[in-house]
Design a protein around this ligand. Structure first.
Ligand SMILES: Cc1ncc(COP(=O)(O)O)c(C=O)c1O
Length: 462
């Protein structure tokens, strides 16, 4: 193992050096992948030298998500304390179902969940769980909502006409989860949004009333704290009232931006969060831990127990349920996603997490100010969001994003809202500086100038 770790060190050191020179890995067209890299698996093994060479090739040609060139999705950067925690978690290789199998790591997980509940303002009746990603924490919320509506469904199944409500801008995991949980994709109601991408409360109310009149049973509203494209925050308090009036579960999907919870300056964006039934956020997005690190907390910890516990005498043999989180989680064997968040949180403190979040909004302001100061740009997104949506010189967003990718210049994606399609720059990597953001624009502008033939036919004046 020691020799392998030395090789690992060497490989990563070389990668870090290369990343500093070349923030974007060479693009390999998918149809050329198997000719470019030796990914084959064969009957015979290979020598250590060959193995190291192939591994280096793969590592160096893999998209670089920790650099100043990556703005493609809602994660990025490489926080060293969090990486250390994750490397340790892999090496320790505990499974997080029982105290017997994970010991202090269960405590690591529990203190994170406790502290998140404390920050929300919830008492010891609350608790939470880790799951592999925001889609899965959203899924857990829907299962809890279903079981809170009817505790028999988990035993007998259901043929009831349940409906769930979410905005048209919410994440695609909501309909998938409706399929998984037996509610059914057709029973998801997509409520339209205002010009800022926030759910329209009046329309939500009307739709719930209409469904009740038509014999459906509304069971849940999913709100979003940071919609995937615009980064908009749905308003919580009025929706709580609708849920109370109709006995519905209220979940806030904060996968993208729920970590504003840690910021004194921005937590007003989730005002009323203490009133929800469940809340999830991804530490691998705004907090910057490695993937994946998604947390769900529930105001009433019994809802987690009711929906996710199952006896298994071959597994739960010592200690109390409180220290056997297999009883409140989706999986059986479960990797330790908590340690990376704990190592980061422990080292920088809650105020350090706040600085991470605030810096992303600062970078977003830098980007918006730049766009607003230049005639060639058109801005489509709003303040208080770390998604900056824009078009440049009227070039179709998908054309420019794909060309930047294929020429290994920048990793950035596009999105749409209503009839507009635009580039979506996400300032989620808190290790970036103002210069890195300005450099993003400079790189893009220079690229367009140098490759005008790619864009000539499409450039329009705006
Ligand atoms: C609002 C929202 N919810 C849920 C998710 C899903 O999270 P994950 O990719 O961790 O499954 C995302 C992902 O971008 C998201 O933006």
């Amino acid at each position: 193992m020691r020799k392998t770790l030395e090789k690992f060190n060497q490989l990563i050191n070389n990668l870090l050096k290369d990343e500093a020179q070349r923030p974007v890995a060479d693009h390999i067209p998918s149809e050329e992948l198997y000719q470019t890299l030796d990914l084959s698996l064969n009957k015979d093994g290979i020598s250590d030298e060959e193995f190291e060479k192939i591994l280096k090739d793969i590592v160096f040609k893999t998209p670089r998500t920790a650099t100043t060139g990556f703005f493609n999705q809602l994660f990025g950067g490489r926080n060293e304390k969090a990486v250390l925690g994750d490397l340790l978690a892999v090496t320790l290789n505990n499974s997080m179902y029982t105290y017997k199998a994970a010991g202090p790591q269960i405590g690591v997980e529990k203190v994170i969940l406790r502290e998140v509940c404390n920050i929300i303002g919830w008492d010891s009746n609350s608790d939470g769980a880790f799951a592999p990603g925001g889609s899965m924490t959203n899924y857990m919320s829907m299962v809890m909502a279903r079981d809170a509506f009817d505790a028999e469904i988990r035993h007998k199944g259901s043929n009831q006409k349940m409906t769930v409500y979410t905005s048209a801008e919410s994440h695609y995991s909501i309909p998938k989860n409706a399929a998984f949980s037996g509610i059914g994709r057709d029973n998801v109601r997509y409520i339209s949004t205002d010009e800022f991408g926030k759910i329209k409360i009046g329309e939500l109310k009307t739709q719930v009333e209409e469904d009740v009149a038509n014999g459906f049973t509304p069971i849940m509203v999913n709100l979003t704290a940071g919609t995937t494209v615009l980064g908009a925050f749905d308003s919580i308090p009025e929706v709580r009232e609708i849920c109370d009036a109709n006995n519905m579960w209220l979940h806030v999907d904060g996968a993208y931006c729920g970590a504003v919870l840690f910021s004194q300056k921005y937590k007003h964006l989730i005002d009323g969060i203490e009133k929800v039934d469940s809340f999830s956020f991804n530490a691998h997005k705004m907090i910057g831990t490695p993937l994946s690190c998604s947390i769900i907390v529930a105001k009433d910890k019994m809802s987690l127990q009711h929906s996710f516990s199952n006896d298994a005498s071959y597994l739960y043999q010592t200690d109390h349920d409180e220290f056997n989180p297999g009883k409140t989680s989706l999986q059986c064997g479960r990797r330790n996603d908590a340690l990376k968040f704990w190592t980061l949180w422990k080292s920088v403190g809650t105020e350090g997490l706040e600085r991470i979040v605030d810096h992303q909004f600062y970078l977003a302001d830098v980007a918006r100010d730049y766009i607003r100061s230049k005639e060639d740009y058109m801005l489509y997104s709003y303040d208080d969001s770390i998604s900056i949506c824009f078009n440049y010189k009227g070039i179709p967003a998908r054309t420019i994003c794909t060309a930047l990718y294929e020429h290994s210049k920048l990793m950035v994606g596009y999105g749409s809202f209503r009839d507009d399609e635009f580039i979506r720059l996400v300032t989620i990597n808190a290790q970036n500086t103002k210069e890195d953001i300005l450099n993003f624009f400079k790189t893009m502008e220079t690229f367009v100038e140098e490759h005008n033939t790619l864009f000539d036919t499409k450039v329009q004046s705006i």
